[in-house]
Design a protein around this ligand. Sequence first.
Ligand code: SF4
Length: 367
Amino acid sequence: MSRAGLYAHIPFCLTRCGYCDFNTYAGLGHLSAPYVEALRGEAALAAASWSDVEFTSVFFGGGTPTTLPADELLRLLGHFRQTYQIDPGAEITSELNPDTVDPVYLRTLLDGGITRLSMGVQSFDPAVLESLERLHSPDSARRAFAAARRAGFANVNVDLIYGAHGESLESWGSTLRDAAELDPEHLSCYALTIEPATPLGRKVAAGLTPAPDPDLQAEMYGLACQVLSAAGYGHYEVSNWARPGFECVHNRGYWEGRPYLGLGAGAHSYRAGRRWWNVRPPQQYMSEVAAGRLPRGGEERLTDDERRLERLLLGLRLSDGVPVAWVDEARAEGFVADGLAERRGERVVLTDRGMLLANELVLALAG
Ligand code: SF4
């Protein structure tokens, strides 16, 4: 039986952060109950096609899943368990924003079967949080983290973003040290990217805010590698660090090319070289499901070459790299000589410096 990941998209947020390009909406909280109903409906409609699969992870992402009442989120999980074969030991993650949770809420999630939290902290510098238009403060992030521990969560991820306007290397260094001091099991560090269709993208295009400086972001990435490795974290994917045994099962599935089913507005799915996605507006998504139709927005079938390139790109992002047989060996030797890659037995892996250039190197290595 093949293994897969299950993703459920909750497209509600308290406010929209200026840099965010996700399919998420502020002010639609009144739709949460019918939206959850639609998720249950879509799960049922998709069930027959996924009956031969065991799900080893469930991921509630968004948006902000914790804008839903805890019992609503857990009822959804219960419905997924009835509808699909979910490994009893599956990793079950919920994303959260620090300002949306309290100890009772978190305890309810843990008791109801959520095994992992992924917390959007982004920075411990108030000026950087303001520049990112985040609602929470460094203290509320610390309080939410402490509440997660008090509730009993033993697997917590902290998400950080680097390169916002006004963030210095020193400020990023303190954010990294503050995050490591909390001692989460997992950290994700993402470079801020400017998406043209966002308010921040429009400000950058109008010259009102500078775009992130790529050289500074490269230094920040190097600092993350240094600080987190000194704090004992393994760098197992370009943007992800974990204590041994706490690598994210769900995201690892994406990087290893395993199938995944995405439920919810705009969610993407993948299986056997075919990728498809749902319509994005929540209201349209709900109407499609209410009419008994799978809410398809589109689909594509990858060619063999596209699949090979994608497998290479995703594989090289991981610290265990890819088999030498997958790459142009002469080019790989060149990257080894330049300190961008290493040969480990019959595998090629990128160094920290190489990971920074992963996309460019992959195109060369694909031959
Ligand atoms: S909280 Fe997260 S998902 Fe919501 S708007 Fe901000 S960045 Fe986007």
